[in-house]
Design a protein around this ligand. Structure first.
Ligand code: COA
Length: 156
């Protein structure tokens, strides 16, 4: 039930849990780039929102969105495996999109691994369309797909 999911901005103390979820759910097979230090910097960055879903005090999902002008980029979004297919990822994405809309963002871009069927289905379900495939986008090993969603027409 999306209504029962509580979403809030991450605190610096969440950095280790977020980084571990990124390593296990997103960066598997690649060098670990979203370390606790990098996540902490994102939490502190004024142009970045790091949002978490917390249950019984533990982070079960997180999303990192960075803003630049009229565009936002969803850097990472992951849900702990035991909490998937319950609407947690959707609630988090809708929350981040709401903040982006309020900030006047026109377009949200993101990337996913081509072999990430769940991620591609999830974003497609939320109105993101696939723009193009980039060979060896991830560490020279995995192909990526760039996706985007327009929240409103771009300013002329
Ligand atoms: C992708 C991910 C964030 C989805 O989170 P979630 O909480 O399970 O998603 P939801 O329950 O809100 O799913 C919403 C819809 O997305 C689609 N979807 C989600 N997971 C899917 C899967 N494994 N296969 C096919 N469709 C899927 C479905 O249409 C689903 O609706 P339904 O459950 O009514 O069929 C989650 O699987 C995850 O953390 N994956 C690992 C990290 C990752 O790949 N992140 C994205 C790239 S950075």
């Amino acid at each position: 039930m999306i209504a029962d999911i509580s979403i809030e901005l991450a605190r610096r103390a969440d950095a280790a849990a977020i980084a571990a979820l990124s390593r296990d759910a997103i960066e598997h097979g690649l060098p670990w780039r979203w370390t606790p230090t990098r996540v902490r910097r994102a939490i502190e960055h004024p142009e970045t929102n790091v949002a978490v879903v917390r249950e019984l005090g533990a982070v079960v999902a997180f999303g990192i969105m960075i803003y630049a002008g009229e565009t936002a980029h969803l850097q990472l979004l992951a849900v702990r495996p035991s909490r998937r297919r319950c609407g947690v990822g959707s609630a988090l994405l809708i929350w981040l999109e709401g903040v982006a809309r309020a900030a006047g963002i026109a377009r949200i871009g993101l990337e996913a691994r081509v072999d990430n069927a769940a991620g591609r289905c999830f974003y497609s379900e939320h109105g993101y369309h696939e723009r193009h495939i980039v060979a060896a986008m991830y560490g020279g090993r995995f192909d990526g797909v760039r996706m985007e969603k327009w929240l409103r027409p771009a300013a002329q």
